[in-house]
Design a protein around this ligand. Structure first.
Ligand code: SAH
Length: 352
């Protein structure tokens, strides 16, 4: 039975489900979920590390710098959340090869997809990575977390205005027996979700409950006395809450979120403003968000590109094209933001 048929059966039995539950099932259903079954990375959508090796290399150098800022501890975890094919980490590790940071760090990976875990374990086997089920399972101590295009996969709940009130958008079954959007009957107070719709004209807004759990786990580490940086890179607005940004991608094309559930990547914009507010309230130090273009520029993208081109003149055009895509405002440079959440007591991180 296809995931679509199973979803329809489930909705018939239990009633419509929140958009977040639909997203969670489409992405992570163990049998037919997108990430669980087909690591279509590089085909359905192209991420920054898959665009240019400079991305991961600069993050490796960023981590080295932050390790120095922490006082060069003799042991530190370098943790990636949602590492995809392992490209970012492999590029980061190549950049730190032979530096004292390499001796101090050990690699930990948090990855939901068993298939991608296998891929990461194989790509990174030289560094004997350890897999953990979640942030809260990473041993305490000095830590640098990196996450690119991880937050946008955290399922979002959607709320729709109904006169003065807000109601949750749900996935149900339409008159044609196909999946269809509906609206739950009960009112919801946005304040209880820790958010405020943008303006009186806003018709829809989204909330990713997973951001609360993420911040809580980091705050617990800070309270326990851990010293850490957590760098998140993703797309989304800097200040206002996203409205209806749920979308699906298959083979580089946008498709309807209900088209063959489980075969397309589902994603939403990240509410960076809300993430920053949650983190500040939890006592974390927030740096950014800044644009990806600004961040990578400050870390020396141009110098790294010049050096690479000098070393590989035959690849000059590809290297230039890839690097440009990362920082070009018309491509990834402005739409992607970078935010760093740190334990208290550290100076501002480089680049933010
Ligand atoms: N960072 C990579 C991959 C981005 S795709 C890159 O930039 O190329 C999103 C990644 O996050 C995938 O590896 C996916 O399996 C993982 N992922 C999504 N939700 C997750 C969750 N809740 N826990 C752990 N990993 C998750």
């Amino acid at each position: 039975m296809s995931l679509k048929d199973r979803l329809i059966r489930q909705i018939r039995m239990n009633g419509p489900m929140p958009v977040s539950a639909y997203m969670q099932t489409c992405l992570h259903d163990p049998r037919d979920g997108y990430y669980a079954t087909r690591p279509g990375l590089g085909q359905d959508f192209i991420t920054a590390p898959e665009t240019s090796q400079i991305f991961g290399e600069l993050l490796g150098l960023w981590a080295t710098h932050e390790w120095q800022t922490m006082g060069r501890p003799s042991a530190i975890s370098l943790v990636e959340l949602g590492g995809g094919r392992g490209t970012l980490m492999a590029d980061a590790l190549r950049a730190i090869d032979g530096l004292p940071f390499e001796t101090a760090m050990h690699v930990t990976l948090i990855e939901a997809s068993p298939l991608l875990q296998e891929l990461q374990a194989s790509t990174l086997r030289k560094w004997s990575p350890v897999f953990k089920a979640g942030l809260e399972h990473v041993p305490t101590g000095y830590t640098i977390f990196l996450a690119n295009e991880f937050l946008d996969c955290l399922p979002a709940r959607q709320f729709v205005r109904d006169g003065e009130n807000w109601r949750e958008r749900v996935v149900g079954i339409g008159s044609d027996e196909a999946l269809s959007f509906g609206i739950d009957a009960s009112d919801v107070d946005p304040a209880t979700l820790g958010t405020q719709p943008n303006s009186i004209r806003t018709h829809t807004f989204e909330v990713q409950p997973g951001l609360n759990g993420l911040v809580a786990a980091l705050a617990a580490r800070a309270e326990a006395g851990d010293c850490f940086r957590a760098l998140f890179i993703d797309y989304g607005p800097r200040a206002h809450a996203p409205s209806d940004t749920l979308r699906a991608y298959r083979l580089g094309k946008q498709v309807h979120p209900f088209a063959d559930p489980g075969t397309a990547d589902l994603t939403v914009d990240v509410d960076f403003g809300r993430l920053a507010r949650l983190a500040e309230k939890a006592g974390l130090h927030v740096s950014g968000p800044v644009t990806q273009g600004g961040f990578l520029g400050a870390l020396g993208l141009q110098e790294r590109l010049d050096r690479l081109i000098a070393a590989h003149p035959d690849r000059a055009e590809d290297l230039f094209k890839g690097a440009s895509k990362l920082v070009d405002p018309a491509e990834m440079g402005e739409r992607f933001k970078v935010i760093c959440l740190s334990s208290p007591g550290l100076p501002a991180p480089v680049g933010l």
